[in-house]
Design a protein around this ligand. Structure first.
Ligand SMILES: Nc1nc2c([nH]c(=O)n2[C@H]2C[C@H](O)[C@@H](COP(=O)(O)OP(=O)(O)OP(=O)(O)O)O2)c(=O)[nH]1
Length: 337
């Protein structure tokens, strides 16, 4: 059975918070009880849930958080609280969680996903964004092979969510609804790890870009500003560009440097520094970065782009695309900054 606490122990890197295009998802803490209660204490919110009572008393919220944290410590549950990245202090957008469940007729425990979004944020795709992040984490970091969801047939919003996630219908189920003192008829949907990863690849095609850190005799690095009208306009980047089909990265970079800056670089003058591998909302960027200290010709921007020669320790003063962030320390190390 996958251990849903696995990623919170000793690991290679900090896993939480998960980040998405608009959200950060942090593990539930006791401090969240009141904020969650205030959002969930809404009849429209709990109409389609099986175990959230209404009205929702403060002590019920505290008890729920305590029980959930105990189950999280045992690796049986994982609940993340989502907040907007651009409003980190605002109340949560919602919660998304995984839990292990075992019905009498289940051969093995199943992993079920659940989510809710505060009413103020309905209709903006947040449930899909939270669920994708958590399923991605479950599949990539926790070894989960199959995720299920259960929902009431009349819950049209949730039906749209499971369909957008690429889940397939598995059949009907009766679900215990402690908060209603009954059982309710529901629908089972499921998604395999393979289907999830295939859908992610289709949603975010891989884009290969080659970039160069041109270094002058003073050890300064050249940054170019993305012009208005382009994506990420105004941010500073390393010169370079997309690979043509079948084109090796070194050739692409030499071509781009000639087109953009009118300089000629020989392949032997390019030394790999590292690479960026970053999921943008609509594509996955793979970008090797090469150091280059020697070129021929007088460097002159050919596309009207602003340029700056930047001391390595000042690189963070120039806002760069998010993909470039991990390349800065590598470059600073190389230049002894
Ligand atoms: N050249 C370069 N591109 C970068 C860097 N960081 C980063 O995320 N990128 C992204 C921005 C673009 O989406 C893509 C490079 O594409 P490009 O330079 O060939 O073409 P473009 O700006 O016209 O691309 P587009 O986004 O407007 O489609 O890689 C970087 O440091 N240098």
């Amino acid at each position: 059975m996958p251990d849903l606490a696995a990623a919170s122990g000793e690991g290679c890197a900090r896993v939480y918070p998960l980040t998405t295009d608009r959200l950060t998802l942090e593990r539930l803490t006791p401090a969240e009880a009141e904020a969650i209660r205030a959002l969930v204490d809404d009849p429209a919110m709990v109409r389609f849930t099986a175990n959230i009572p209404h009205p929702y008393a403060p002590e019920t919220a505290v008890a729920w958080v305590e029980q959930t944290l105990a189950r999280m410590a045992e690796g049986k549950e994982l609940v993340l609280v989502a907040r907007r990245r651009d409003h980190p202090q605002a109340p949560p957008v919602g919660c998304v969680g995984l839990l292990t469940e075992r019905d009498p007729d289940d051969a093995a425990p199943r992993i079920e996903i659940g989510y809710w979004v505060a009413r103020a944020h309905w209709g903006q795709g947040y449930a899909v964004e939270m669920a994708r992040a958590l399923i991605g984490h479950a599949v990539r970091d926790l070894g989960v092979g199959f995720v299920e969801a259960r929902l009431m047939a009349e819950n049209r919003a949730s039906l749209t969510v499971v369909q957008r996630l690429g889940m397939t219908y598995l059949g009907p189920a009766r679900v215990a609804a402690p908060a209603r003192g009954t059982t309710i008829e529901s629908l089972r949907y499921g998604l395999s790890a393979e289907a999830f990863l295939a859908a992610e690849r289709a949603r975010r095609p891989l884009v290969m870009v080659a970039a160069g850190a041109l270094i002058d005799d003073d050890g300064r690095v050249l940054l170019c500003r993305r012009p208005p009208g382009k994506s990420m306009a105004g941010l500073w980047e390393f010169p370079g560009g997309k690979l043509d089909p079948g084109e090796p990265p070194e050739e692409a970079l030499i071509r781009e440097l000639a087109e953009e800056l009118a300089i000629k670089v020989l392949p032997g003058c390019l030394a790999p520094i590292g690479f960026a591998s970053h999921a943008y909302p609509t594509f996955h960027l793979m970008m090797p970065l090469f150091a280059c200290r020697r070129w021929r010709g007088t460097l002159a921007p050919q596309e009207g782009q602003e340029i700056a020669w930047v001391r390595p320790q000042r690189l963070r003063d120039y806002p760069m695309p998010p993909a470039d962030e991990p390349l800065i320390p590598a470059l600073q190390d190389l230049l002894g900054a």
